[in-house]
Design a protein around this ligand. Structure first.
Ligand SMILES: [Mg+2]
Length: 216
């Protein structure tokens, strides 16, 4: 089973929101919903440029920060400011309550697990270790595969490196486009983890606990 990380194993949104609200005052900004929304809106364009290989992971952080603050600074200055956010964000890293039981059920069913994430390798390995999932292996990231979800090659390459045919692998993740549609385009089976509700996907679960109904 190929598991997504952020939003699937770890509550990224909550950690990012809490981290941001704790960090903004240190910049002289109020921790308002509007500022949080502004930060989140600035995130994706720069992350997309990194995933496409156009800029480094550190550079996407600097660009996000420049846009957000409306100021410039040296790389070192911006990195130092971003480190403040990271410290708060990392303090909020928590595993979802349903992960441990789900992994036990998956293991009992004789299935293996791997992680496929659109994050950067170094940060995602730290994240997994911090939430007690440092044993999950292999972990495939954009850095390893050179391509990001939902591109089918991300799934094909992960399966190839794992030594499994796509048809043998089930993809599970919280993002329907990335984790489900991308996976199916590569020939994997896929289940949408719909933690918040509202998905119209047929193959969906509301929590990882329900995955037991999709193991075969
Ligand atoms: Mg996710």
């Amino acid at each position: 089973m190929l598991l997504d990380l952020d939003g699937t194993l770890m509550d990224h949104d909550r950690a990012a929101d809490a981290g941001l609200r704790a960090w903004l005052p240190s910049l002289g900004l109020e921790a308002t919903d509007a500022e949080v929304a502004r930060w989140i809106a600035l995130q994706e364009p720069h992350l997309a440029a990194w995933r496409a290989g156009r800029i480094s992971f550190a550079e996407q952080r600097r660009r996000r920060l420049r846009d957000f603050l409306g100021t410039d600074g040296s790389d070192a200055e911006l990195d130092a400011v971003f480190a403040g956010y990271l410290a708060h964000y990392e303090r909020g890293w928590r595993i979802y309550d349903d992960v441990a039981d789900a992994l036990a059920v998956i293991a009992e069913a004789g299935l293996r697990t791997a992680v496929l994430t659109n994050g950067a390798r170094t940060q995602q390995l730290r994240k997994l270790a911090a939430i007690g999932l440092g044993h999950l292996d292999p972990v495939f990231t954009v850095d390893d595969l050179g391509v990001a979800k939902p591109h089918p090659d991300a799934f094909r390459r992960a399966c190839s490196r794992w030594g499994l045919a796509p048809g043998e692998v089930l993809s599970v993740g919280d993002n329907h486009e990335l984790d489900v549609l991308g996976a199916r385009a590569a020939g994997l089976r896929a289940v949408h983890l719909d933690r918040l509700g509202g998905s119209t996907e047929t193959a969906r679960v509301a929590s990882l606990t329900e995955l037991k109904d999709h193991l075969r």
